[in-house]
Design a protein around this ligand. Structure first.
Ligand code: TEU
Length: 561
C-alpha cells in the first residue's frame, strides 16, 4: 500500500565523499554520516537521499558504478550501510538511494565481458556499433554528442567497434532494449528495497530509451547533438511501468527522476499518478535563470521572470494528477547564495532564507543539499587544478583549445562548477573545517571555512539552520503549504516573486524581494488581514495593502485558519 509519505516530507541530500570523514583518510564515509544523524534529524527533515555509495572507480565520483550491490571501500562496508539504514530508521528518517542505471562504469564486470568477447551475452548489455568509414577514415557510428563534451562514442581498442556513452567515456550506456538488462535492474532495485530502503532517485532516467536504428542528427540549434534520439525515447513509459510493476510498487516507495531537458508533455506523463511510473521528477528550469541556454558555465544577468516560470509552472501543471519537487541546490550546481545576482557578502543570511521561503513554500517535496541549511557558500578555488570534477576539466580544456586565455576560461568554469558543492563540509573552524582531523582531503576544503561554517551558524543570532527548522516544520504540518494550489501574482514584477497557495478555505500568500534594495509591494486585500506565518526579518512594515520589503525579505501571510 502506498501511503504517499513523501507529500509532507522534506528530503536532505548527502554527497558522501564530502560529508564527514570519521577515520581521517581524506574521504567522507558512512561512519561519519552516522555521527551526524542527530544533526540532520534536529533539522526536522523526513528522509535522506544518498548520492551513490556503491563500488565505483570514481571517474565521475560515484556516478560510474562498477557493482550495484556493494558499498565502496572508501565509504565502508555493507555492514556499515546496514547500520546506517537502521540508525536512520530508528530516528524516523527514511532512506533514498541514488540509482545510476542509464550507464555503468566501464569497470563493471558486464562491460568487461562485453568488450573482451564479442560473442559474450553481455555484449548486448551495451550499445555497441561498428564505426562508419568516411573517405577511408573510421568515424563514430553517429554524430551524437556526449553531455560532457566530445563524441558520445568511444572506440573499443583494437576493433572498429564503438560503444555509446552519453556522459564520460568511462560511463557506458546500457541497452535497455535487452530484457536481460531490465531484469538485472529490477533485481538490483528489489535487492535494496528488500533491505528496507524507502525509495530511489533515478539518475538521468529519461535517457534510458534510445531511438533505433541509430542515425545522425541533422537538427540545427539543439542543446545537444542527437538529443532527439535519446531523450524521452519511445519506450520510456513502458520501461518505467515495468520497474514499477516488478519492483517499486511492491513497497511503500518514493521515486524522483532526474530528467535531462524533458519535453513538457513527457515531464507531465512521467509523474501522472494513473500512469504508475514515477512519483516525481526534478524541475531545474529556474536554475537556468542566471546562465545562457542552460549552459551553467556561461553567466548572464539573473532573469527573475525566467526563475518564476521555472519554479512555478511545474507546480501548476502537476497539481491535479501528479506531484512536484522543489530544489535550489544539489551536487551538480554552485551554492544558491552565490547565484541569481545576489550580494552574498552583505546579505548571505537574508538571501539564503528568502530563497528557502520562496522555493519551499511551493507545491512539491523540498530537497535540501548538505550545507544549504547553513548558507554554505561557493569555494574560493584558485586554479583549475584544485577542481576534481571531470566536467570542469573537459569544458576548460575545450575553451582553451579554441584559444581562450586560460585565466578567462577558469573564470567561466569557476562560475558554474559542480565542484563548489562538492568540497568537504565546513563543520567548524578547526583543521579542515572539522571534516576530518587534518589528513589531506580528496578535494580541497573551502578556504572560507573559518568564517562560514555550520557551528558558527548555529551559534549565531541569525542562524540560517534555525530558520530552516522553522520552515521545515511548517512544510511538514501546514495543510495549505502541503496541498494548496499555486497561483502566481504580478508575474512582470522584476524585483518581487509572489504567489498564493489555496486549500479549501485557507490561503497563504508568499512573497520575496529578490533585490538588495528596499521595495514596496501591494499585497492582495485578502492577504493583508492574515497572520504572518514566517518572515526572515524581525519586523514587518505593512500599511493597508502596502508592504515594504527590505533587501531579500520574504514573508508568508496566512488567512482562513
Ligand atoms: O546529472 C545529469 C546531468 O546531465 C547534469 O546535471 C550534469 O551535471 C550537467 O549537465 C553537467 O554540467 C547526473 C548526475 O547528477 C551527475 O552528477 C552525473 O555526472 C551525471 O548524471 C552522469 O551520471
Amino acid at each position: 500500500m502506498k501511503t504517499e509519505w513523501f507529500k509532507n516530507a522534506v528530503i536532505y541530500q548527502i554527497y558522501p565523499f564530502s560529508f564527514k570523514d570519521s577515520d581521517n583518510d581524506g574521504w567522507g564515509d558512512i561512519e561519519g554520516i552516522i555521527s551526524k544523524l542527530d544533526y540532520i534529524c534536529d533539522l526536522g527533515v523526513t528522509a535522506i537521499w544518498f548520492s551513490p555509495l556503491y563500488k565505483s572507480p570514481d571517474y565521475d565520483y560515484g556516478y560510474d558504478v562498477s557493482d550495484y550491490q556493494a558499498i565502496d571501500e572508501k565509504f565502508g562496508t555493507m555492514q556499515d550501510f546496514d547500520r546506517l539504514l537502521e540508525e536512520c530508521h530508528k530516528r524516523g528518517l527514511k532512506v533514498i538511494m541514488d540509482m545510476v542505471i542509464n550507464h555503468t562504469s566501464i569497470e563493471h564486470p558486464w562491460f568487461k565481458a562485453a568488450i573482451s568477447d564479442p560473442s559474450s551475452p553481455y555484449r548486448d548489455y551495451y550499445i555497441i556499433r561498428p564505426g562508419k568509414r568516411e573517405n577511408g577514415k573510421l568515424m563514430p557510428p553517429s554524430n551524437w554528442a556526449s553531455t560532457f563534451t566530445g563524441s558520445a562514442w568511444e572506440q573499443i581498442p583494437d576493433t572498429e567497434d564503438y560503444y555509446l556513452h552519453l556522459f564520460c567515456k568511462e560511463q557506458a550506456d546500457l541497452n535497455w532494449e535487452n530484457p536481460a538488462v531490465r531484469k538485472e535492474i529490477i533485481d538490483i532495485l528489489n535487492f535494496w528495497l528488500e533491505k528496507g530502503v524507502d525509495g530511489f532517485r533515478f539518475d538521468v532516467f529519461n535517457m534510458f530509451s534510445k531511438t533505433y536504428p541509430i542515425q545522425d542528427d541533422y537538427q540545427k540549434n539543439t542543446y545537444q547533438k542527437g538529443a532527439q534520439y535519446y531523450v524521452d525515447g519511445p519506450r520510456m513509459h513502458e520501461f518505467l511501468k515495468e520497474l514499477n510493476e516488478k519492483a517499486l510498487s511492491r513497497f511503500d516507495t518514493f521515486t524522483v527522476g532526474e530528467s535531462f531537458h524533458p519535453s513538457d508533455e513527457a515531464a507531465h506523463a512521467y509523474v501522472k499518478k494513473d500512469n504508475h511510473e514515477l512519483d516525481s521528477i526534478f524541475s531545474f528550469a529556474h536554475l537556468d535563470s542566471d546562465n545562457i541556454a542552460a549552459k551553467k558555465f556561461f553567466p548572464k544577468p539573473f532573469d527573475l521572470l525566467q526563475f518564476k516560470d521555472g519554479l512555478l509552472k511545474p507546480q501548476i501543471s502537476n497539481y491535479y494528477d501528479g506531484w512536484n519537487t522543489l530544489v535550489l541546490e544539489n551536487h551538480d550546481n554552485p551554492r544558491c547564495v552565490n547565484r541569481f545576482s545576489i550580494n552574498t557578502k552583505k546579505y548571505r543570511y537574508e538571501a539564503a532564507t528568502m530563497l528557502a521561503v520562496i522555493t519551499f513554500m511551493g507545491f512539491g517535496t523540498p530537497f535540501i543539499y548538505m550545507g544549504q541549511e547553513a548558507g554554505l557558500t561557493n569555494c574560493d578555488f584558485k586554479n583549475i587544478d584544485e577542481m576534481k570534477d571531470p566536467v570542469s576539466h573537459f569544458v576548460y580544456d575545450l575553451m582553451c583549445s579554441y584559444g581562450m586565455p586560460k585565466s578567462l576560461a577558469f573564470r567561466f568554469i569557476r562560475y558554474g562548477a559542480r565542484d563548489h558543492a562538492r568540497v568537504p563540509m565546513s563543520w567548524d573552524d578547526s583543521v579542515n573545517g572539522g571534516f576530518n582531523e587534518g589528513h589531506d582531503t580528496w578535494q580541497c576544503v573551502n578556504p572560507l571555512y573559518k568564517d562560514i561554517n555550520i557551528k558558527k551558524d548555529l551559534e549565531s543570532e541569525k542562524s540560517i539552520y534555525r530558520f530552516y527548522q522553522k520552515l521545515i516544520s511548517i512544510r511538514k504540518t501546514n495543510e495549505t503549504a502541503i496541498l494548496g494550489i499555486t497561483k502566481e501574482y504580478d508575474h512582470a514584477n522584476r524585483h518581487v516573486i509572489a504567489y498564493s497557495r489555496t486549500y479549501h478555505m485557507s490561503r497563504l500568500f508568499v512573497c520575496g524581494n529578490f533585490s538588495s534594495k528596499t521595495v514596496t509591494y501591494a499585497i492582495p486585500s485578502w492577504a493583508k488581514d492574515g497572520t504572518v506565518l514566517i518572515n526572515n526579518y524581525d519586523d514587518l512594515e505593512l500599511h493597508g495593502q502596502k508592504l515594504t520589503l527590505k533587501p531579500y525579505q520574504a514573508v508568508v501571510f496566512e488567512t482562513g485558519n
